[in-house]
Design a protein around this ligand. Structure first.
Ligand code: UDP
Ligand code: MG
Length: 291
């Protein structure tokens, strides 16, 4: 079998409206590269005709492969599945809705080959086509991540990027259950470069990222990359312990006055004390090395 030079992973959730436009624009770009390639379209448990349309287009486009997830598992999980099934020496991940211009793939590949880079980020030079709400929430996300994690969070780098086979193989063996690639990839220290691009308008259909999914992404990001959520547990533990001390004092006063249900004070205090100890020890149990 001839070796595949480039794999293009495209996560898709209910994207039936953009499939024709995607195929029409992506295919000439990839055919024009002059190297063997494959497209790994990951159907993230769509409820519409995304998978059927992909199969239909695949009949006339042998490089198009369909990977079908049984249920909607989220953008990052779809990327994970795609990375695991990709076979190319290089792997590009790109959104299905043509907000990431496919033409940029050629630039990414050329840059990676020329400079022997493991990672090339597509960096949004212009987001003016995004809604103000999207720009505001995205800005808040990157600010929060930089506060929690520190300096090396590349701003405006989403999931449009190229990875070398070596980088993909490293990502595949990491133990993360909910990888957030835009944070995970920079944290690995591979040589990298970037290609600016102008974010385009969604070609068709609606965003598949409602607020609920954005919050889930932010939560996974914080939980994977920062000890802040664990510290919340420690502070809760400290507060519970203080409440326990106050109630001990209160309990002694009430007991001295003889108006108490037998056993209640000791039982209640034991419960509170144990809760405090557990919350405080929660952070001590985290053995993840600092990044
Ligand atoms: N996506 C996915 N699973 C999901 C949500 C989104 O695979 O549960 C895909 C979606 O089909 C698209 C990409 O992730 O290819 C980015 O989603 P979208 O363009 O809707 O996000 P936005 O650009 O609005 O942030
Ligand atoms: Mg989009």
């Amino acid at each position: 079998m001839e070796t595949i030079v480039l794999s293009v992973v495209v996560p898709m959730y209910n994207e039936e409206a953009v499939v024709p436009a995607l195929v029409a624009r992506l295919r000439p770009v990839l055919d024009g590269l002059g190297v063997p390639y494959e497209v790994v379209a990951v159907d993230d448990g769509s409820a519409d005709r995304t998978a059927a349309l992909l199969l239909q287009h695949g009949r006339a486009w042998p490089e198009l492969r369909l990977l079908k997830l049984r249920r909607n598992s989220g953008h990052q999980a779809a990327l994970t599945a795609g990375l695991h099934r990709s076979r190319g020496d290089w792997v590009v991940s790109i959104d299905a809705d043509l907000q990431d211009p496919p033409e940029t793939i050629a630039e990414m590949l050329a840059l990676a080959r020329e400079r022997h880079l493991d990672v090339v980020y597509g960096v949004r030079a212009d987001r003016s086509t995004d809604t103000p709400f999207k720009r505001y929430t995205a800005g808040a996300y990157y600010r929060l991540m930089r506060r929690l994690i520190g300096g090396d969070v590349p701003a405006q780098a989403g999931d449009f990027r190229l990875l070398s086979r070596e980088a993909v193989d490293v990502l595949k063996v990491l133990p993360e259950r909910t990888p957030v690639y835009r944070l995970l990839v920079p944290s690995l220290g591979f040589t990298s470069g970037s290609v600016p691009y102008v974010r385009e308008q969604r070609a068709a259909g609606e965003t598949k990222y409602p607020l609920r999914k954005m919050v889930a992404l932010a939560w996974d990001s914080a939980a994977d990359f920062s000890a802040a959520p664990l510290r919340i547990a420690t502070w809760l533990g400290a507060l519970t312990f203080l409440a326990c001390l106050a109630l001990t004092a209160f309990g002694i006063v009430v007991w001295a006055n003889g108006t108490v249900i037998p056993g209640w004070t000791s039982l209640f205090l034991a419960v509170l004390l144990l809760a405090a100890v557990q919350l405080i020890c929660y952070e001590l149990g985290d053995v993840t090395p600092p990044r």
